[in-house]
Design a protein around this ligand. Structure first.
Ligand SMILES: [Fe+2]
Ligand SMILES: [Fe+2]
Length: 242
């Protein structure tokens, strides 16, 4: 584990070759405290999933540099178009000359090919991409939890689901990886912030994610979680139905 002593930004391996970068935001800056996480898959073609906001760029870059040279990044992936997901996309494209934005076909068509300094590499629903040892699969989940272009990435060899804003937890002090409950915290956030869309397809889309049988849920806010991911996703579906 490497930590920036000033900001508390840390990087920890949470599955084989998969690193969680996390920056805490104390309660004085955001009520209740919060965290912004990015994930780095170290492989022949290294992939950064989520960039963090532009303000976080130096910290995320520094954390990556403690593991691999940032210029070696090959893909900059993200669930949907928001500042914490891809705010510093162009900064990373500048640092890493071979990197491509990696996103859904809708994200490429609607937004990314306009705002990014290089064209996006879009993945269709179910399409797989080999990074060397790791293999990622894109799963379209429009509007789950929000944004038309939204999708989630699944890494097959470690059975890690990069589940983005699903299971968003409040607080700024979290273990990198936990087997404890994250659902009650994230349900509290859903209640307070109302960040889920009202898509009619919510159950079908959550089931699509559950069918990957994830063993690790790489959450964007809070701890990553280890356990029976399909069961936890179905519990979430039950809460959304209530
Ligand atoms: Fe989001
Ligand atoms: Fe987010």
């Amino acid at each position: 584990m490497e930590t920036n002593k000033e900001t508390g930004t840390r990087i920890d391996e949470i599955a084989s070759g998969i690193f969680r970068i996390s920056t805490p935001v104390p309660p004085a800056e955001m009520p209740g405290g919060f965290t912004f996480n990015q994930y780095l898959i170290v492989d022949d073609a290294p992939l950064l999933y989520h960039t963090g906001t532009r303000r976080l760029f130096p910290l995320v870059q520094e954390a990556i540099a403690s593991v691999i040279p940032p210029h070696s990044l090959r893909y900059i992936g993200f669930s949907h178009y928001e500042a914490d997901e891809c705010g510093s996309l162009n900064d990373f494209l500048e640092v890493a000359p071979k990197a491509e934005p990696l996103c859904s076909t809708i994200a490429k068509m609607v937004t990314i090919d306009d705002i990014a300094t290089r064209p996006a590499h879009a993945l269709a629903d179910g399409e797989e991409l080999s990074l060397g040892t790791h293999v990622v699969r894109w799963i379209d989940t429009p509007h789950l939890p929000h944004a038309w272009e939204c999708g989630h990435l699944f890494e097959k060899t470690t059975q890690t689901l990069f589940c983005g804003d699903l299971f968003t937890q409040s607080g700024h002090e979290h273990d990198p990886l936990t087997t404890g409950d994250i659902l009650e915290n994230s349900e509290g956030m859903r209640d307070a912030m109302d960040y889920f869309s009202q898509t009619r397809r919510v159950h079908e889309l959550i089931e699509k994610l559950a069918l990957t049988s994830p063993q690790v849920l790489a959450c964007m806010h809070g701890s990553a979680w280890q356990g029976d991911g399909a069961s936890l996703l179905r519990q979430l579906a039950g809460r959304l139905a209530a």
